[in-house]
Design a protein around this ligand. Structure first.
Ligand SMILES: [Zn+2]
Length: 315
């Protein structure tokens, strides 16, 4: 004798009501769904063999109908936190240019002009360093030399003449332990080279706060014609730097004479001083240990220089 299935289902709070009057012997199939550790049983009653298959199919169908809202309900309530965006995104644009970095490539730059590269500090003057508590070592005189050498390689591969204020960091034959290259000497070498452009590379530091970070490009305010050229040169480097590194900005500073850097003030060609991040800021400092980042900085400096020179030599 078939008994009716009490299959009232309240969808909104996912409750399955089962006929409690039937005996266990009459239950042929028990199908369950569970949510939040509470198991709901759907009982399918069999009256006779003829209707067995029909009732089984009806039971499974009913189970599926009930399961869908329960599963959705469970998923919705277990969704405790949204999936967050990755903190660090690789925003580096994969630029394809015809910069000559090896002998197989054809350069888009005309190779005309002379460049003076000034890696800051060196020898007895190591420049700034990352604080000990960062747990890694970063020394300004070493990093700026590494970047400078790569810039020179790229420039020379594209047929530019390059002069450097130094090519070494330590000189074992150096008798004088206090030896360093003075700013006055750097200016003298730059003037003597008759280079078309000058760039001095440094790493910044701010001992009072580890939060201060970022990239700064300085030039000295002179006459209008000079300022225009220095600004144009700075913009070439800024544009390339943003494209290649994914860093959002460089602060460009037009410094009044009295507060300007000696190497930008006393040299006569368009001259920039680039502070490539803060050794006292952990993120900036870490980036300077990443070879891919260093390559991108070097490429952006070299391409900025070549872009500027190509423009002035084609006018
Ligand atoms: Zn420095």
């Amino acid at each position: 004798m078939a008994r009716k299935i009490d299959n009232k289902v309240k969808i909104n709070n996912v409750k399955l009501i089962i006929d409690r009057k039937v005996t266990v012997e009459e239950v042929a199939y028990k199908l369950g769904v569970s949510t939040n550790n509470v198991r709901h049983w759907l009982k399918v009653y069999i009256g006779n063999q003829k209707k067995k298959r029909m009732r089984l199919i009806a039971g499974i169908a009913l189970l599926l109908i009930i399961s869908v809202p329960i599963i959705l309900f469970t998923i919705f309530h277990n969704k405790t936190k949204p999936v967050s965006e990755p903190v660090v995104q690789d925003k580096v644009a994969e630029e394809t240019t015809d910069v000559k970095t090896n002998t197989d490539k054809k350069s888009i730059y005309n190779g005309m002009g002379k460049v003076f590269i000034d890696p800051g500090h060196g020898f007895s003057d190591s420049g700034t360093e990352a604080p000990e508590e960062f747990g890694f070592k970063l020394t300004e005189s070493e990093v700026v030399l590494k970047i400078s050498k790569r810039v020179v390689e790229i420039l020379e591969a594209n047929d530019y003449d390059v002069v450097m204020s130094r090519t070494e960091n330590y000189d074992e034959k150096q008798e004088d332990k206090l030896y360093k290259i003075s700013l006055t000497e750097r200016v003298r070498l730059a003037k003597e080279s008759k280079a078309d452009v000058f760039i001095s590379l440094h790493i910044n530091a701010y001992e009072e706060s580890n939060n201060v970070n970022g990239y700064d490009l300085y030039y000295c305010e002179k006459d209008d014609k000079y300022n225009e050229e220095a600004e144009k040169f700075a913009n070439k480097i800024t544009d390339k730097f943003i494209k290649k590194t994914g860093i959002e900005k460089i602060r460009v500073h037009k410094e009044p004479r009295r507060s300007s850097y000696q190497v930008t003030r006393q040299t006569t060609m368009p001259s920039l001083l680039f502070e490539m991040g803060y050794a006292t800021n952990k993120e900036d400092a870490k980036r300077l240990l990443d070879d891919k980042f260093l390559e991108n900085i070097a490429m952006s400096i070299a391409e900025g220089i070549m872009g500027y020179l190509t423009e002035i030599y084609s006018m």
